[in-house]
Design a protein. Structure first.
Length: 267
């Protein structure tokens, strides 16, 4: 196992389940110092205990809600007082959506943007001055293949993920001379509770597992692939099964891909 992440200070949002939990355990096995964040304090403490057993050199639990943009600067200040600097920020927290655009309330659209986009940007901007001061840091944002192409029943989710790509592509160009890296991670279907927790058009939890999600990549396997991409300093990477082909079909055969999406039964 590589020692690349040993004693690195790694802050992970959305760390109480799914991809975030798998990433926390993978970084723990690599000997990293962890800051774990999520809204669910009970679950984040469970993950913290597991990470300590797995080999993390230190674990700090910092619960907060990405939708509460106003409290994020103070939380960052508190964390930096404890650890001095953050080497790697993993922007993983967020929520999904499963509803037709015509049946989705504007409040749901706003919530998806508030959590997935503005919450992520708020945390990144609050931490950025410290990274600039040290002229060092790596900002990793877990978006989705829907950040590269939209698909039915995910209009709000795709919009927020597209927005993240625009922001972080720009930030990467701006931060190059400051030696701050930016990586975008674009998974396809991953076997987590993302669809169960997805919002319907009325803002309620869907409560069921998508068939495609249920057959998706195991989060533990994805986590190790993400760590490898971070160590390699990749700018943007795609993970998944045949759904990854959508990125290239959209780019080179847009009309054909559009016809495919219209016939897609994936929900």
């Amino acid at each position: 196992m590589s020692n690349f992440f040993k004693n690195k200070r790694v802050w992970i949002t959305g760390a109480s389940s799914g991809i975030g939990e798998a990433l926390a355990l993978a970084f723990a096995e690599s000997g990293a110092q962890l800051i774990l964040s999520s809204r669910n304090e009970v679950e984040i403490n469970r993950v913290s205990a597991a990470c300590s057993k797995a080999g993390a050199s230190a674990v700090i639990v910092q619960p907060f809600d990405l939708e509460r943009h106003d409290i994020i600067p103070a939380i960052v200040e508190s964390i930096l007082k404890k650890v001095g600097k953050v080497d790697i920020l993993i922007n993983n927290g967020g929520i999904s959506q499963r509803s037709l655009a015509k049946e989705t309330s504007l409040e749901v659209d706003k919530k998806l943007m508030a959590v997935n986009y503005f919450g992520t940007v708020a945390l990144t901007k609050a931490l950025l001055p410290n990274m600039l001061m040290h002229q060092l840091g790596h900002i990793v944002t877990v978006t989705s293949l829907t950040g590269k192409f939209g698909s039915p029943y995910r209009s709000s989710y795709a919009a927020a993920k597209h927005a993240l790509h625009g922001f972080f592509d720009s930030l990467r160009a701006e931060m190059h001379d400051a030696h701050i890296k930016v990586t975008l991670i674009c998974p396809g279907f991953v076997r987590t509770n993302v669809s169960k927790n997805a919002l319907t058009g009325a803002g309620e939890k869907l409560g069921t597992m998508d068939e495609a999600t249920d057959k998706g990549m195991e989060p533990e396997r994805l986590a190790h692939k993400i760590l490898h991409a971070i160590e390699q300093g990749k700018e943007e990477v795609y993970f998944g099964g045949k759904e990854v082909l959508g990125v290239y079909l959209k780019r080179f055969f847009p009309h054909y891909f559009s016809k495919m999406l219209r016939k897609a039964k994936v929900r």
